[in-house]
Design a protein around this ligand. Structure first.
Ligand code: EPZ
Length: 421
């Protein structure tokens, strides 16, 4: 298995291009199932999760062709023959559940394996199921598979989410596009990925209002048509690279970055003492002399501080001047990076969903590993400023969400390389 080797201590300088958003693309791709016409996505990221979604869609009978070295995905679902999302694919990637709404809406039936447990939390799919039921589907769990059907088609309804869920909002939004009548999604997620999905669906002929607010209204139509759509920049990749100079020192311009994708996060970086500048081509982050100021961070649904940047922020706060407190409110087990950071000399005390980080002057490199994507990248970031060598194993987690990570960071002067097994 590959590993990544980082030699810490070099300040960074240069620019990093931000790719299209993984989590937007994973919702946009299943939207092809809603229509006979071709759906083309450009600015797609080249990641193993996108390959997994490609495999899932192909297993259903959809055509997915990667053009321009994978930057463009040309999809068509005129010949869907299989309505079952198999366990072998779903267990690799939970976002597979996003085929449920489109299949049910267009074909009146879907069978989707339940994803099972996850390293960062239990992550049930009850809200997805409840949303489909509210839209008129009947569901049954058999042999680990969710069998959903709506033989006469889905009908518009009020879907009131008891808690904010990105994925359940996406599933309900896609399903409601082809439901008969009006649907109102209340307490909907407001993430930029939801806005991006709504824009794409609208380009396909859907009638949607209110995306980006907590109430989305969808007027069902009888059919959607083909469209082309540009995937929104990946705000989590953006935030991750903004933290690189925060940790290692120096200055980086994140090309394509936009502050409104990450306002709460950007505010925190400034509070910690970093300088942010919106440029004509992106967002520049610079760190001056001295250590970062400590922060209190609480993860929340958008527009709050994103849970997907909590691990990376913790890595930065390990060397802040003082005591920081990070509260994780989205997932119940998302501090697995803490013990690994402690192996690098960090002082962290985790009590339930709260981590207290007492900044130390310097981290020291160590062999480390992590069990999820964002935890893995937080260890790379920590390694950029640590004394000596950090070796990260289980690199396949990183490849799910960061394309050419070593190339992007080494172009800015970081000493980082992949060691192929
Ligand atoms: C999306 O996951 C992202 N994944 C996650 O990104 C991200 O961490 C998460 O949203 C929160 O922002 C994709 O978009 C593919 P949720 P999702 O439903 O949709 C609970 C990454 O690193 N819940 O908003 O699965 C759930 O357990 C990842 O890129 C239920 O209880 O997240 C969690 O506590 C990891 N029942 C909370 O809601 C449900 O049916 C929010 O989860 C659904 C969710």
């Amino acid at each position: 298995m590959d590993s990544i080797l980082v030699q810490g201590g070099t300040p960074l300088s240069g620019s990093i291009p931000i790719a299209g958003a993984k989590n937007a693309c994973l919702a946009l791709m299943p939207a092809t199932l809603l229509s006979d016409g071709p759906l083309t996505l450009s600015n797609a990221p080249r990641l193993s999760d996108i390959a997994t979604m490609t495999a899932l869609l192909r297993s259903l009978g959809a055509e997915v062709t990667a053009l321009s070295e994978g930057r463009v995905l040309a999809m068509s679902s005129h010949d869907v023959t299989n309505l079952t999302a198999d366990y072998d694919i779903v267990r690799k990637m939970r976002a597979s559940i996003l085929v449920l709404g489109p299949l049910l809406a267009r074909y009146g039936r879907a069978v989707v394996s339940l994803p099972g447990g996850c390293a960062i939390g239990a992550r049930p799919v009850d809200l997805h199921v409840a949303a489909m039921e509210a839209l008129g589907a009947t569901t049954e769990l058999r042999d680990g598979y969710l069998h959903a059907s709506a033989p006469g088609g889905l009908r518009g309804a009020v879907v009131d989410f008891p808690l904010v869920s990105v994925g359940a909002t996406e599933n309900a939004l896609m399903a409601a596009c082809l439901a008969r009548g009006t649907s109102v999604l209340r307490n909907a997620a407001r993430e930029p990925e939801i806005v991006d999905l709504a824009r794409c669906l609208r380009a396909m002929g859907a009638r949607i209002e209110g995306e980006g607010t907590s109430e989305i209204v969808v007027e069902g139509v009888t059919a959607l048509h083909g469209a082309t759509h540009v995937v929104v920049p990946d705000r989590i990749e953006l935030g991750t690279y903004m933290l690189a100079p925060a940790i290692a020192g120096g200055s980086i311009e994140c090309l394509g970055g936009r502050r409104e994708l990450l306002a709460a996060f950007c505010d925190k970086l400034e509070e910690a003492g970093l300088e942010l500048e919106e440029t004509p081509t992106g967002l520049r982050v610079s760190r001056g002399e001295g250590r970062l100021a400590p922060l209190d961070v609480i993860t929340e649904p958008f527009p709050g501080f994103p849970t997907d940047l909590q691990a990376q922020m913790m890595a930065a706060l390990c060397t802040a001047q003082g005591v920081s407190v990070l509260e994780e409110r989205i997932f119940e087990n998302r501090f697995m990076h803490a013990p690994e950071l402690m192996r690098m000399g960090a002082r962290i005390d985790v009590q339930g969903g709260t981590a207290t980080v007492t900044g130390v002057e310097r981290l020291r490199g160590a062999p480390v590993m992590a069990t999820d994507l964002r935890a893995s990248v937080s260890l790379i970031l920590a390694g950029l400023a640590a004394e000596g060598e950090t070796v990260l194993s289980r690199v396949y987690h990183l490849d799910r969400g960061y394309e050419r990570l070593e190339a992007k960071l080494s172009a800015c002067g970081a000493r980082i390389e992949r060691v192929r097994a």
